[in-house]
Every structure is written in structure tokens, then in C-alpha cells.
Design a protein around this ligand. Structure first.
Ligand code: SF4
Ligand code: ZN
Length: 181
């Protein structure tokens, strides 16, 4: 069975269902579809959502940034050429992770950052990650090499410059060893 674990991170989680599932022919469906697609463009789980809708063949509303018609077209294209991946049939650009992340944090006056979103993890590049791991990834431009911790010792702080992993510890130690040598 296809997993729905990505749903917690859906940008449409609290959206008005009339936008994502408009009554077609109501006169407002074109506008609603455009609004839904704009939300999908900011959604971090868009690829998982698109694949789910294409694979289960859901033919209601907007899923993964695609209208019913676009999903039918995509399925027809893939049926004609099963070697294509969904990405090759209907690419789903990922929204900028930093914008998504920034909209869910609050930076205190003293520079410590808190995660203020309900979910406690994010679905990024096919993996579930904690806000701290994402902060580290964005701030340091790489994955953490070990468990990370906030050296400011402020509980829950995810300011990237306050987060360190084993590699940073090793690099600091190497600098200290050089100075001492
Ligand atoms: S891609 Fe669109 S429909 Fe799918 S979860 Fe995200 S916002 Fe909702
Ligand atoms: Zn801090």
C-alpha cells in the first residue's frame, strides 16, 4: 500500500477544500484550481503527493500541482512509454527549502531560533528530518555528520550557527592542535 506519511507536511493541510476540490462547472473552478496550484508550488511534499495521485489514479481535485486533466494526460503519456519516470513525464520543481523553512521559524532578539510550526519533522529529499537537521543543512550547506547539538545550550534552539556536529568538533580540534604545535 502506498504510504501517506508525507501528508503531515502538506501545504494544503489547513486549506479550504473548496479550493482543492472545486465543483467543476461552478464558474469558480478555474480560479480555485489556480489558487490550489499556487499552494502546491510552495509545498515541500509535492513530489510524494504527485506520485501518490498518479499511482492511485485519484481523479478528484488538484494533487501535486496537477489538475485532473493534467494527471490524465500524464498517465496516458506514461502508459505509452512505461520506461519514463513521473519526473520525466511531469517534473515537479521543489520549492526553495529556505523559504519554506523561514516561514516556520521565529528568531528571538538574542539570535536563538525556534521552530513554531505544529509538525516536528519535515520531509526533505525523500527523508524525514528534524527542524535542527534542516537548519544545519541550510546554514552549513551539507548534511550533519552526527547528532547535532546547540552549543548555545538554549533548549530547542536551531540557529544554524549554534549547531555543531562531529565534523565541526574535529575541525576545531585540528585548529587548536595546529596552534599548540
Ligand atoms: S502538492 Fe498540493 S495537493 Fe499535494 S500536499 Fe502539497 S499542497 Fe497539497
Ligand atoms: Zn542558540
Amino acid at each position: 500500500m502506498t504510504s501517506l506519511f508525507w501528508r503531515d507536511d502538506a501545504a494544503c493541510r489547513d486549506a479550504d477544500p473548496r479550493i482543492f476540490f472545486p465543483v467543476y462547472g461552478s464558474g469558480r473552478s478555474t480560479k480555485a484550481t489556480a489558487e490550489a496550484k499556487a499552494t502546491c508550488a510552495t509545498c515541500l511534499v509535492r513530489i510524494a503527493c504527485r506520485d501518490f495521485a498518479l499511482e492511485i489514479g485519484d481523479d478528484n481535485g488538484v494533487w501535486g500541482g496537477l489538475s485532473i486533466h493534467e494527471r490524465r494526460t500524464a498517465r496516458a503519456r506514461r502508459s505509452a512509454n512505461p520506461s519514463l519516470s513521473w519526473d520525466e513525464v511531469v517534473p515537479a520543481p521543489r520549492p526553495p527549502l529556505d523559504e519554506y523553512f523561514t516561514s516556520r521559524i521565529k528568531v528571538d532578539d538574542d539570535g536563538h531560533t525556534r521552530w513554531i510550526y505544529n509538525g516536528t519533522s519535515l520531509f526533505v529529499d525523500g527523508q524525514r528530518r528534524t527542524p535542527g537537521q534542516v537548519a544545519f543543512l541550510l546554514g552549513h550547506g551539507r548534511e550533519p555528520e552526527s547528532r547535532i547539538h546547540a552549543e548555545c545550550r538554549v533548549h530547542g534552539c536551531i540557529t544554524s550557527g549554534h549547531l555543531i556536529d562531529d565534523r565541526i568538533r574535529r575541525e576545531r580540534q585540528a585548529i587548536q592542535d595546529d596552534i599548540a604545535a
